[in-house]
Design a protein around this ligand. Structure first.
Ligand code: NOJ
Ligand code: CA
Ligand code: MG
Length: 577
């Protein structure tokens, strides 16, 4: 090691006894695709409950369940017809209670998804609105408008839907009115200016809090309020923004459907509801039982994200920086620094995410050439990722992420190093993105394929039959849980070691300082605990192996180290000394 420069402090340590959500590792379960108990090819709540011990052994703190509510599944459950019940596809309310109790017995928290921007078109309120007709109070719960043009047969404005096509659909020409759907045609947007909608959702929060959930992941939290008058907007609406982060605010003008200041009042009201369950003033309060809100807000800058996690709003918001960042040391360094600067400015923990159900899994994304625009799905005929390179970089990326202070989200199957299904036949795709984009964007099915548990079983042990709602690639057999458990060097064992070491050494509440002086292709930082225990983390993005400081002991590494413990390319190592 050649450097003598003092480390540059980026983020101060938090108290070791901070509430759980300041440092939690939260595992996203996509219920359709995690475990199927009855062999119908779709995952379900009893399937999840039976497999929960796997997550205790993996070493995560909490699960987040994507929606399992009553739904016609037009957007895989993000189209909710009854917010207070479980879809028969997934089980019953009693199954949800059993799941919660089993998770809590294992020491796992449970966060559920809340989808407040839109309902399903089968929600009783939307059905009533259609029946009641123009001018009725029922229509005031959604965003119905008259069309433009002499016959009103043009949409009320030019907004595009996120999945492609117009964001407006007309009820019928006799009826005359149109309704807004920022997502699928079967996902009408609520009118959040209507107090009835606000009261309803506060009640839904209480319904699940009373059943014992530990928090909510809030779907498109930045969309609930639309600019008054619904002015035209000429830009397309990409999921997650584009890689340059310019869709929501090009030329300094805010998009009329995203990140309007009025949303914050809603979250302040929700925080009051949650605080009534969090006994902050009670003797011995530790935050151990805090119920939390985590916002999914696609906004352009870290500063705008920070507004969602001010002291009286949400506890966490997703930080999607790593989903967009290219595999370059500088890009990651800048993203990490700006994330802490913004979150620290409001006293909130930052979060980290490499994969979720809306993006190409990071084991595939990072196998595309650096500089490739992030694809919305990969399919037959598309340039295919380099599988081995992608996995190697994915392991290094995860080891980097889990060394960072704050809270981290894992997406089911990433602990197995699963790639996306990148050669799925187009005719089995289910994501509305594919048809609505006129077959130009394949969408998200590749990341949603059922989990492989046992390499030799039908459906790789996903369920008791060979049915799976999306086909599993043959490559998943060798990646199944039973093929990796207790196998030295497997991705599953790497994740277990990362999570155990992160917990033991309190990395989630440590400080972060850059370790300067290595090559510019290297990202290096020290995560130190409040007690002063130092962990040096090095990720090598370059070609030359990196020599580690004398006396430093490797705790673990994402790929085998070279001679004298040198860090090879695309590898992250955790060291202590
Ligand atoms: C974000 C969710 O993650 C995504 O899957 C869904 O399609 C949209 N919100 C609409 O609910
Ligand atoms: Ca099932
Ligand atoms: Mg069933």
């Amino acid at each position: 090691m050649t450097t003598t420069a003092p480390p540059t402090r980026v983020h101060a340590a938090s108290r070791p006894d901070s509430p759980w959500w300041r440092q939690a590792v939260i595992y996203q379960i996509y219920p359709r695709s995690w475990a199927d108990s009855d062999g119908d090819g779709v995952g379900d709540l009893p399937g999840i409950t039976a497999r929960l011990p796997y997550l205790r052994d993996l070493g995560v703190d909490s699960v987040w369940l994507s929606p399992f509510y009553t739904s016609p599944q037009a957007d895989a459950g993000y189209d909710v017809a009854n917010y207070r019940d479980v879809d028969p596809l997934y089980g019953t309310l009693a199954d949800a209670d059993i799941l919660l109790a089993a998770a809590h017995d294992l020491g796992l928290k449970v966060i559920v998804d809340l989808v407040p921007n839109h309902s399903s078109d089968e929600h009783p309120w939307f059905r009533a609105a259609l029946l009641a007709g123009p001018g009725s109070p029922e229509r005031e719960r959604y965003l119905f408008r008259e069309g433009r043009g002499p016959d009103g047969d043009l949409p009320p404005n030019n907004w595009q839907c996120v999945f492609g096509g117009s964001a407006w659909s007309r009820v019928t020409s006799e009826d005359g009115q149109w309704y807004l759907h920022l997502f699928d045609i079967r996902q009408p947007d609520f009118n959040w200016e209507n107090p009835e909608v606000r009261a309803e959702f506060e009640d839904i929060l209480r319904f699940w809090l009373d059943r014992g959930v530990d928090g909510f992941r809030v779907d498109v939290a930045n969309a609930l309020i639309k600019e008054a008058g619904l002015p035209d907007w000429d830009e397309p609406l990409h999921l997650l923004g584009d890689d340059e982060g310019v869709v929501h605010e090009p030329n300094g003008k805010r998009a009329p459907m995203w990140d309007q200041d009025g949303v914050h009042e809603i979250y302040r009201a929700w925080r009051r509801v949650l605080n009534s369950y969090n006994p902050i003033d009670a003797d011995g309060y530790s935050g151990e039982h805090d119920r939390i809100l985590c916002g999914e807000a696609w906004v352009d800058s870290q500063e705008r994200i920070a507004r969602y996690v001010r002291e009286d709003e949400m506890h966490q918001a997703f930080n999607f920086d790593f989903l967009k960042t290219q595999w370059r040391a500088d890009d990651l360094r800048n993203g990490i620094a700006s994330s802490y600067a913004a979150a620290d400015s409001v006293g909130a923990p930052t979060t980290w995410v490499l994969s979720n159900h809306d993006v190409v899994r990071h084991a595939s994304r990072l196998g595309l050439p650096v500089g490739t625009k992030r694809p919305n799905g990969i399919g037959v005929g598309d340039p295919q990722p380099d599988t081995a390179l992608g996995l190697r970089r994915a392991r290094a990326a995860t080891a980097l992420m889990l060394a960072l202070p704050g809270s981290a989200y894992l997406y089911q199957g990433e602990e197995l190093g699963l790639p996306d299904s990148t050669d799925m036949p187009d005719d089995v795709r289910q994501d509305p993105t594919w048809p609505r984009s006129g077959h130009t964007e394949r969408g998200r099915d590749g990341a949603r394929v059922p989990m492989p548990w046992e390499g030799n079983r039908p459906s790789y042990g996903f369920g008791p039959s060979d049915q799976t709602w999306l086909p599993q690639p043959a490559s998943y057999a060798a990646l199944a849980v039973d093929r990796q458990a207790d196998v030295e060097g497997s991705t599953l064992e790497l994740y277990r070691a990362l999570l155990a070491t992160r917990r033991e050494r309190g990395l989630g509440v440590g400080s972060l300082s850059w370790w300067e002086g290595l090559s510019e292709d290297v990202l290096a930082f020290v995560n130190a605990s409040a007690a002063g225990e130092r962990n040096l983390v090095i990720t090598n993005f370059g070609v030359e192996p990196v020599v580690v400081p004398e006396g430093a002991q490797a705790l673990l590494s994402s790929s085998p180290l070279g001679d004298g413990g040198a860090v090879p390319t695309d590898t992250t190592v955790w060291l202590t000394w």
